[in-house]
Write a protein that binds this ligand. Structure first.
Ligand code: OGA
Ligand code: NI
Length: 382
């Protein structure tokens, strides 16, 4: 086994190549597998120094320390109705914890390859160190490696499956996750009130506090010699409930589809969370809140780390539009489905972008094909 390839043997159709190793060895030209079709390539990305100067449209920034809960709820709800995204500042998660978690995970991606490979994942659960989504042999690849772990329910959380190096990682990730779950619960209350519902209504649709699911995907995007040809994560919406994304403060990369259909590059506010609505909240809210497409561009100059914390409904609960939000005389926009079923649906269809949710809406009873042949990519790990 060379240090650049690891054939997990457990379910991947071909040897897994770490993007970190490709980045170190590919010179000026990226391998074809990472080259996106012209229509998917990012337009030239303005240098970070030009960030924000144009004053173009961008996702709202919401101060969560607002004393007036109604005002906070209105601001969060307006952002999620229009953009599906906002940046949360004064969110209550301690800055030292944000910085500590980012540093610990950077430390993991800096470990020697043999240390990282101890945690190599398989498509059975995706837990661990990974470099691809979906199992279609020869399919397109994104320019990023990741680490995927479960945080809730307790029965799925296993510290032994988290990296033991650097030594601070497990404890820091545990504390980080606990504070982020508290933040998720607060935002859920604001979202619920913002729909005109009782503050705990959305939480109970998720299975009640303690019944929810949560997992985390830490993304590492190495430097890329041809960033205009590829993407760190291709366009997708997050399948779960809600995502709390912590990004590098100084390297941009996240692009969000704006309400008028343009790709907008997010300028991260330092130590803010980028919060976005996932497909399950779009379904529960009967599309009042939008689960919006986003993607990640990469950089020739700098690598980038991001931590996506996914807050999900209990996976065996039926999820459907809340009846209070379905206008009389209209059918709900989506059929009922558990999150477990939804994940299978995505796995088998291997769809990208917003295709899975759109197909549900168009054909409520669409059967799930039992083969993933020809599926080009997928968002299963989210
Ligand atoms: C994700 C994601 C964005 C980023 O992991 O689902 O959208 O900036 N990440 O890494
Ligand atoms: Ni995402």
């Amino acid at each position: 086994m060379s240090s650049c390839c690891f054939n997990g043997g457990a379910g991947w159709p071909e040897p897994v190549v770490r993007v970190q190793a490709v980045s170190d060895t590919c010179g000026d030209t990226i391998p074809d597998r990472y080259v996106k079709p012209p229509s998917d390539r990012p337009s030239p990305i303005p240098p970070a120094s030009a960030a924000g100067v144009a004053g173009g449209p961008s996702i709202p920034v919401v101060d969560l320390s607002m004393l007036d809960a109604d005002a906070a709820s209105r601001a969060v709800a307006a952002a999620c109705r229009e953009w599906g995204f906002f940046q949360a500042v004064n969110h209550g998660v301690r800055t030292e914890l944000l910085r500590g978690a980012r540093a610990a995970w950077r430390g993991f991606f800096r470990q020697p390859a043999e240390v990282r490979e101890r945690y190599a994942n398989s498509p059975a659960t995706y837990e661990g160190y990974g470099s691809r989504l979906g199992t279609a042999k020869g399919g397109p690849l994104d320019w990023g490696d990741y680490y995927f772990l479960h945080f809730m329910p307790q029965s799925l959380k296993n510290h032994e499956k988290w990296p033991s190096l650097p030594p601070s990682l497990r404890e820091t990730t545990e504390e980080y996750g606990q504070e982020v779950v508290q933040l998720c619960r607060r935002v859920m209350r604001l979202l619920s009130s913002g729909l005109g519902l009782e503050a705990g209504r959305l939480a109970s649709a998720f299975g009640g506090e303690g019944g929810e699911g949560a997992c985390m995907r830490v993304n590492f995007y190495p430097r890329c010699p041809q960033p205009e040809l590829t993407l760190g994560v291709a366009a997708h919406s997050d399948p779960g409930g809600m995502t709390m994304l912590l990004v590098d403060d100084h390297v941009r990369g996240l692009q969000v589809r704006s309400p008028d259909g343009q790709w907008i590059t997010v300028d991260p506010v330092p130590d803010a969370f980028i919060v976005n609505v996932g497909d399950q909240i779009q379904v529960l809210s009967n599309a009042a809140y939008k689960s919006v497409e986003h993607r990640v561009t990469v950089s020739a100059a700098e690598d980038r780390l991001s931590m996506a914390f996914f807050y999900n409904p209990r996976s065996d609960l039926p999820i459907a539009p809340m009846p209070e939000l379905v206008p009389p005389g209209h059918p709900p926009l989506y059929p009922e489905m558990t999150f477990d079923e939804y994940r299978v649906f995505i796995r088998q269809r291997g769809l990208a972008g917003k295709a899975q949710l759109d197909s549900l809406q168009a054909k409520p009873a669409a059967p799930v094909p039992d083969s993933d042949a020809g599926s080009p990519s997928s968002t299963t790990v989210l």
